[in-house]
Design a protein around this ligand. Structure first.
Ligand SMILES: [Zn+2]
Ligand SMILES: [Zn+2]
Length: 203
C-alpha cells in the first residue's frame, strides 16, 4: 500500500523548499493548494497511479507554481502543467478521467489574516507561513467548481500534427500554427510578430 504523502504537510513543505531553493510562504501556500486540488478532484496519488489523470493550470510564474508542480509532479514538458501568465495566485486542477475540475485562488484577505492571527514579534514571513499552513482551506482560498473544454491539441502524449512554417521554415507542433492572409500555414511569431529583436548579422 502506498503511503498517503498528501497527508503530511510538513514533509511536503520541506521537500518543496529543497527543490525550490528555500522554504517560503509561496511553498506553503502551493502545498496547500496542490493537496486541496487533489482532494477535491479525487486524485489520491498524483505522482504514481494517478499521474496521467491530473492536469493543472497555474496562473502565475512565482514560488507557488514550483510547489504545485513538486507536490503533484505535473510538468510543463509533460503537458500536465499549463501556464497562464495572469499574475494571479490561482490554479485549476482537472481529473481527466472523471472530468472533475476545481479552481483554487488565494484570497486577498489571507495576507491580513496572517498579521491578525500572530502577534508582533513573529516575523512577517513566519506569520504568513504559519497562517498558510494552519488556516482552514475555506478561509485561505476561493474555491470554485469549474468545467474545462479541452481540444486534443492540449492533451499530454505524443505531438498531434506538425507542419513547417511557410515563412520561416521552422517546425510547429500541435496545431499551434495559424493561417495567414495569403492562406499559408505559418507560426505565430511570423503571423503576429517576434518576442525578441534580431541583432544585425556579423558577416
Ligand atoms: Zn520562494
Ligand atoms: Zn514562422
Amino acid at each position: 500500500m502506498q503511503a498517503d504523502y498528501l497527508a503530511n504537510l510538513d514533509a511536503l513543505i520541506e521537500e518543496c523548499g529543497s527543490l525550490h531553493g528555500h522554504v517560503c510562504p509561496g511553498q506553503v501556500l502551493g502545498v496547500r493548494m496542490a493537496v486541496l486540488g487533489c482532494r477535491l478532484t479525487g486524485i489520491e496519488d498524483p505522482r504514481g497511479v494517478d499521474r496521467k489523470r491530473l492536469l493543472v493550470w497555474v496562473e502565475i510564474d512565482r514560488c507557488v507554481t514550483d510547489a504545485v508542480s513538486a507536490v503533484t509532479s505535473v510538468r510543463l514538458g509533460k503537458r500536465s502543467l499549463k501556464f497562464l501568465n495572469y499574475g494571479k495566485v490561482a490554479a485549476t486542477f482537472l481529473n481527466l478521467s472523471e472530468g472533475l475540475a476545481f479552481r483554487i485562488a488565494a484570497k486577498e484577505e489571507s495576507r491580513e489574516l496572517a498579521d491578525a492571527l500572530y502577534p508582533a514579534g513573529v516575523g512577517k514571513k513566519e506569520r504568513q507561513m504559519l497562517t498558510y499552513r494552519d488556516l482552514d482551506a475555506s478561509a485561505l482560498f476561493k474555491i470554485e467548481s469549474v468545467r474545462l473544454e479541452l481540444d486534443e491539441f492540449e492533451m499530454p502524449g505524443r505531438p498531434r500534427g506538425r507542419i513547417s512554417c511557410a515563412e520561416c521554415g521552422e517546425g510547429v507542433n500541435d496545431g499551434r500554427d495559424v493561417v495567414d492572409a495569403l492562406n499559408r500555414r505559418v507560426c505565430r511569431p511570423c503571423a503576429f510578430g517576434l518576442y525578441y529583436q534580431r541583432t544585425p548579422k556579423a558577416d
